[in-house]
Structure formats: C-alpha cells, structure tokens
Design a protein around this ligand. Structure first.
Ligand code: 26M
Length: 815
C-alpha cells in the first residue's frame, strides 16, 4: 500500500470527513464546531477505529480458518504511550485526516496532545513489549499481547524543591478510546483453598481444589494495527472483578457482610496499580497475585479458543507459542501443565512435552537483586495446586539431572528449581521451555558464561541471542517526520519504511554536503523544539546551538547518573577557578523516574536538581553550561527528547545493562553515543565504527574480574585520584547542601558500580566528544553515519529473528 495521492486522496478525505461528522453526532450529539478538546480527540479516535474494525474481524477470522500458529507474548508491562498518531500512521490516513480537520480549522497535532500516555510499564522491558507488538503486526505475523489492565499506570513525577514527588496516574479518567470490553470471554481464576489428589477407585487420581477464592478475569481487547497492511492483532488486558454470582442482596449476617466486603476489597486491589519498581525484586504477595492472575486468565483463554478451532490438543505446541517476557509470567509453565493434566486429562508426559514445545523465555537482567524467587511459605497457601505442579516438575527434573551428573550434588543444587525453601522463577522458565534468550550479544554471552552457566552446560541448544530493537515507525517516522522526509529524498524512495535496513543506503551520501546541511538543520529544529518545551516547563532559557548532551532512563545506580552529575560538578568547579576553561557550550539533560523506595536514586535526583539550580543561575558560566532535569520523562516526552540530542549518554557499568533501547532511539535520530562497552552499545559501535561514537571505561571482563577477586578499593581510588576527591568532598562540605548519603554510598558500598574508577576515563571521553563537536562537518558526518546504520536496530529485524528462530511463525496475508 502506498501513500494515496491525487484522486485516491480526495476519495479518502471525503469518506473520512463524512465519518468524522457522523461520529461527532452519534457520540456527542453535537456539530463538529461545538466539540470540546477531549471530544475532538475522541471523535478522531472513533473515526480511526472505523478503519480498523473490519480488518480486525477479518484478521481474527482468517487466523482461525487457516489454523496458523499463533504467538502470545505475555508481559506484565506494555508501555504503549499514546496511540492516536501511531495508529493513523499505520493506517496510512494521517495526511488525509490532517487535511479534513483543517477544513474545520482544527489541528491534528493539538488533538494528539489530549491523549494520556498508556503508561502500563516502568521502562525498557515494558517499552520493548510495545515495540514488539507493533513490529509483529507490521510483518503480518500472527502474534498477540497478554497483560494486566492496571487502573493506575506508572506514577506521574513532579519535582518539588528538587525532590521527586509521585502523583497517581489516573489514565482511565476520561475513558480509554482503544479498548473493547469482552465480558462474555471472562474466565475464573482461583486463589487459596485446599488442593489434593483423590483416589477415584478405578486406579485414577483426580484433583480436588476445595474452597478456593474465585476472581473473575474480564478481558479488554485492543487492536494492534499493522503498518499499511490489513493485519490487526490483539493486545488483551485483564481486569480483576468480583465473581459473577456475587451480589449484595439477600439476608446476610454481619459476618457474611464482612466477608463479602473483604472479598470485594481484595479482588479490586489485584489490578489496581502497576508496581513502580523495575530494579529490585521484593517478594510482595500482591505482585505474585498479579502474576498468577494474568497468567491463569491468559492461558485459560488461549486453550479455550484453541479448542474451539477443533484442532487436537496434542497439536497445541505446534499451533500455539507462549513467550514469557522475563520471569514475571513464568507461572505459564505450571498453569499450562495444570490445564492439560487436570482439565484435559492428559498424561504428565504428554502435557510436559506440549508445554515445553509451547513456551520460550527471555532474560533481561543479570543483576542478582532483580532475580525473582518466591518463598514456599507464601507461595503454597496462595497457589496450592500450582505449587504441587512445580514440585513435581522439579522432582522429575532432578531425576534427570542426577542421571546426567551422578554423585554431583553441587550440580543438583545449582539446577534445582526449588532450593532452600524458595522457587527460582528463571530456573522454572528455562526448564519449562525450549528457548532461552538474552537481549544483546554481550548479555547472552554473560548468561552463558556466568549467570546461567550451569543451565547452559546442561542444555546449550536452548540458548540464543536476540538483540533488542525499537520500532522506527514511532521513534523515527512519528517522532521526527522531517528527518524521515529527508531520508525519503536522499534514498529516492520509501522502501526503508518497510525495510529499515535499507537506511544503510544513506552511507553513500555521508559525503554529500547538501544532505549533511539538511540533517544539521533538522537537528537544530529539534533542539529549538526541546528548548521551547524546557523554557515553558522549567523556566530556563537554553541555547539551541549548544551541544545537547542527554541521559534519559530510569534512575538506577548501575546506570550511573551519579557519575554524570559528579562530572558536571567537576567541570563547573574547574570553570570557576580557571577562566577560559570552558570553550564549548553544552546543555546537560537528565530525565527519569526513581522507584519511590529507592533512596539513593532519589538523592541522585535531588543532587541533579540542586546542581542544576546553582549552575543555571551562575552568570559566570551560563554561556557555556546549563543543566536541566526533565520532569516526568516517559514515552511522549521521549518523542520530543531523542530527536533533539547530539550526545547520547549510555554510561552503565560494563556488564550491567542487558541491552538498553534508548541508545537505539538516540542513534536512529542522529545522536553520537558516548558510552561504555555494555549491552547493545557494543553492537552500535560495531555498526558505526569507532570514529562515529566515543567509547570509554572498564570492559565487562575487567568489571567481573574485580568482583571475583575483590581487588578494587574505592577508598584507595578516593585517596589517589585528586579529581575524584575534590568533587566527592563537595557532597559533604556544604557546597550544595548535605549529600552525605551519596558520599557514604560511594565509599562504604566500595563504589559497587565503579563510578570513581571510571571517572577519569569519562572525563577524557567527554573532552573528546566536545572536540569532535567543534568540527561541524565531521560531526554531521558522524550523525549521518549513526542514522544510516540504525536500521538493524529496528524491532522489525528483532521480531523476524524471533519468528524464524524461536517461534516458527509465518506471515499471514489478510485479504
Ligand atoms: C519484577 C517484580 C516485582 C516488581 C517489579 C519487577 C520488574 C518490572 C520490570 C522488574 C524488572 C522490570 O524491568 C526490567 C527492565 O526494564 N529491564 C531492561 O529490559 C530492557 C529490554 O530488554 C533492556 O534493554 C534493559 O537493559 C534492561 O535493564
């Protein structure tokens, strides 16, 4: 499908216009001229839905008729952001609608801003899931999402007096335009009670589950629109509600009334809110309840739908794939076993073969404190039957391990799913599936050699790498339409829209002065746009010709925002004592949320804001440096930020960032990576070459050696490195108030992320970046090289690899 022009465009406009008017009448009983802002947005969304619904119905029908294998991507987070613009782009009607609205003196961009972000995720993991479903539909692949419909998404961040304050994200307040409630597809999810096997007398055992608490899971479906094709897949979000036959009438005793109230309170709390922590595992009971709730509802509804197609249950694994995004949906393994054994009456062996064929798992972290484990004490009373199943899976698994490694109880312990009273969810995911993948080459390498070494030795063929990607439709075509148009012009076609790897054709043009000039013009335009936003929100005026150096991501020690701000403090202090020290104007940006209970992360935010305030008011340095904290960073603000960047800060301690995906968004928009050899930075460096990025710091191997030998001392570093000592002292000598917590953290935790150790290397790297920025032509060439080689980081490439190498699914052409 190509963009309509001429007569086709006129016809499309006519249809859209009449739909738009009628929709306003039907939904609001108003003429278009009378609509409020929110009503205009909703009318546009409803108009777009009319272009979606036929294809959605067709897609579902044809998937069922053709009995194609279907993939279900289970993720406890889908960080979708706004959907109107990306839906219009994918439908190919953005231009036409813009013109139709123009006839009414309405502005489409204004309407975009009315939509709240669907913020059902913390960061990288949730945003990856969102990019993946976009790419699945773009490639006509039969793949769907399964998640929780949180009533409150990730909190909104306000900065008050330099501190982060969390405001509840009531994103459903005005209703969510893209969801369809499907009460007839509800399923029951059971918690608690008593589970045991009863002898049927005929030699068969039967499962009995007495007195469970029953929660009704109601699905809300969202259409996922393919790019310029007829595919519309589904993201199913589950909502917890009180059971069907729960009602408030009848004669009840005080005790019964109390019980009912308790039940209602419990049920309504299950899908109330998203846990705002993506870095440390806390064995919170409600989180386990959320996990089982959406897993059980999702798997039950998949099996129910599958059986309706009439295919044999023995073919389930050939026709259905279930992907578990990190371990949060790992209970899919046990839930599928439960359904196959208890409800479908399969033998354990048959059920197990099917389950392993069906399930695949992605690991997203090596950080030990993030790995999920559940104590049996909490787990068993809550999910008695699921516990029995995991115990049996493990018993059989252990038998096999002992056959393979006789008299090696160390191996048995390392490979055991249940160890010392806790269930290891990563181990369950590996044993219960046929594929385990990491999210960047270096990350997969570390999994194999270190974190999951015992499992790699045991089943090496399960392990594979799938380097992450981002959808270029949202992050380039949507966020930076001028740059997309320039690429169209330079390549002479739009083939890259569908085949982003074709962007590498730009490589032949990096010597073209006119191209580079246009590119730099667009970068300047985007910096102006961000500067306008910041002036409005922060009241700070910025120089759009300064170098925009940006670090936006969740605040976490291993991502080292602290190293960044300490280095800014160091340069500021040098500038004050050495006139002429600063020669390149730089604006430093930070953005990101801290988990509400993460004290060090919150103190880091406070330090950034205090330093920013001081520097931004200091006339002596203001022509050369400003520091900005961007409040409430998320998907929508990201769309404004990534295109404006000159320098992409990717400075995690090597080995700690599994992949990163912000690094790819920056690169695709022509920023130069200033980073460590961590996660996908390594592959970005390989794609652009050392001349077009700046790499510094300890290597992953060196970091891991220091951990293994304990040969690093932060105290020694502090005492021998004057730059480090001077700036560290400013945390406690009153220069910026009291930041003893950060000072103590660095020294007493022995600088666990090598901030002090990497400080000088970072200093040199930043000097190198500024040196390169001064060479305008060289810089433009580097920016162009980054754009040119970013096509391989489209999630379209990633999804093709999953489709071929893990899922074995194929495009289905919807006609
Ligand atoms: C789990 C249990 C309880 C509470 C919260 C969680 C939880 C939620 C999200 C834990 C981790 C979560 O996300 C981790 C994450 O975002 N990891 C990132 O995944 C990206 C996509 O693969 C990578 O690019 C990042 O490097 C990785 O940090």
């Amino acid at each position: 499908v190509n963009r309509p022009t001429g007569k086709a465009l006129e016809t499309m406009k006519k249809i859209l216009k009449s739909r738009f008017i009628t929709t306003a009448h039907v939904m609001f009983g108003r003429e278009v001229e009378e609509l409020t802002e929110v009503e205009i947005y909703k009318t546009i969304a409803a108009t777009a839905k009319q272009s979606i619904s036929d294809n959605w119905i067709k897609t579902n029908k044809q998937y069922a008729e053709r009995k194609e294998k279907q993939i279900y991507y289970f993720s406890i987070e889908f960080l979708l952001g706004r959907l109107l613009k990306s839906n219009l782009i994918n439908l190919g009607i953005e231009e036409a609608l813009k013109e139709v609205l123009g006839d009414f003196k309405l502005n489409l961009s204004d309407a975009y801003e009315v939509e709240p972000d669907a913020g059902l995720g913390n960061g990288g993991l949730g945003r990856l899931a969102a990019c993946f479903i976009d790419s699945l539909a773009a490639h006509r692949l039969p793949g769907h999402g399964c998640t929780i419909r949180y009533q409150y998404g990730l909190f909104e961040q306000k900065i008050v007096g330099g501190n982060q304050v969390e405001i509840p994200d009531n994103w459903l307040r005005d209703g969510f335009a893209w969801e369809y409630r499907k009460p007839d597809k509800s399923v029951d999810v059971k918690f608690g009670g008593n589970a045991y096997m009863r002898d049927m007398g005929n030699g068969r055992l039967e499962l009995v589950h007495e007195n469970p608490m029953i929660v009704m899971a109601v699905p809300y479906d969202m259409p996922i629109v393919g790019y310029h094709n007829a595919t519309v897949n589904t993201l199913r979000m589950w909502n917890a509600e009180v059971n069907r036959d729960f009602s408030d009438y009848g004669m009840l005793t005080q005790e019964q009334i109390q019980q009912r109230n308790d039940y209602r309170t419990f049920v309504e709390s299950i899908t109330r809110y998203l846990y705002p922590d993506d870095s440390t595992f806390e064995g919170r009971r409600m989180r386990l309840i959320q996990e089982y709730f959406f897993v059980s509802a999702g798997v039950q509804s998949i099996v129910r739908h599958y059986k309706k197609t009439g295919m044999s249950i023995y073919d389930f694994g050939k026709k259905i794939g279930i992907h578990i995004n990190d371990t949060h949906p790992a209970l899919c393994v046990a839930e599928l076993m439960r359904i196959l054994v208890d409800e479908e009456q399969l033998t354990w062996e048959d059920a197990w073969a099917i389950t392993r064929d069906t399930i695949a798992y992605t690991n997203h972290t090596i950080m030990p404190e993030a790995l999920e484990t559940w104590g049996i004490d909490m787990f068993r009373p809550l999910l008695p039957r699921i516990y029995m199943i995991i115990d049996e899976i493990n018993r059989r698994h252990m038998e096999e391990v002992r056959r393979r490694y006789p008299n090696n109880e160390d191996k048995v312990r390392a490979l055991s799913i249940i160890q010392d009273g806790v269930i290891h969810m990563a181990r369950l995911s590996i044993v219960g599936g046929h594929s385990v993948n990491g999210v960047a080459k270096i990350h997969t390498g570390i999994l194999k050699s270190t974190t999951l070494k015992d499992f790699y030795d045991y089943t090496p063929r399960k392990f594979n790498n799938k380097t992450n990607g981002i959808t270029h439709r949202r992050w380039l075509m949507g966020a930076n339409p001028e740059l997309a148009a320039l690429i169209d012009t330079m390549l002479g076609n739009r083939t890259w829209h569908r085949h982003p790897e074709k962007m590498d054709g730009l490589h032949d043009h990096v010597g073209d002065k006119n191209f580079l000039e246009q590119l730099m013009k667009i970068k300047r335009l985007r910096r102006e746009g961000l500067a306008r936003y910041i002036e409005h929100h922060n009241g700070v005026k910025l120089d759009p010709d300064s170098m925009f150096d940006i670090q936006v991501k969740r605040i976490h020690s291993y991502k080292r925002q602290l190293m960044n701000i300490l280095h800014i403090m160091y340069r500021y202090q040098r500038a004050l004592s050495e006139p002429g020290f600063l020669t390149q104007p730089v604006t430093y940006f930070f953005g990101g949320k801290a988990a509400p209970g993460y004290y060090i992360a919150k103190e880091t935010i406070r330090l950034i804001n205090v330093v920013a305030d001081r520097i931004n008011k200091d006339k002596r340095v203001n022509d050369f440096m400003k520091v900005i904290f961007i409040e409430n960073f998320g998907v929508s603000i990201g769309e404004l930020v990534y295109p404006a960047a000159d320098v992409s800060e990717q400075i995690s301690t090597a080995s700690k960032e599994a992949s990163g995906t912000g690094n790819m968004k920056f690169m695709m928009n022509g920023a130069i990576t200033l980073g460590t050899l961590d996660g996908a930075n390594v592959e970005i460096r390989d794609a652009v070459g050392n001349e077009h990025c700046v790499i510094f710091g300890l290597k992953a191997e060196e970091v891991m050696n220091y951990y293994a030998t304990g040969a690093y001392s932060a105290w020694d570093e502090y005492h021998t490195n004057e730059k480090v000592r001077t700036v560290m002292n400013q945390l406690v000598d009153g220069t910026y108030g009291d930041f003893r917590s950060l000072y103590d953290y660095l020294l007493h935790a022995n600088d666990e992320f090598f901030i002090l150790k990497d400080f000088n290397a970072y200093d040199n790297a930043r000097i190198e970046v500024m040196r390169r920025f001064k060479d305008k032509d060289g810089w433009a060439r580097s920016a162009a090289m980054n754009v040119a080689h970013s096509g391989g980081f489209s999630s379209d490439r990633t999804i093709d690899e999953y489709a071929r190498e893990i899922w074995d699914i194929h495009p289905v052409i919807i006609s």
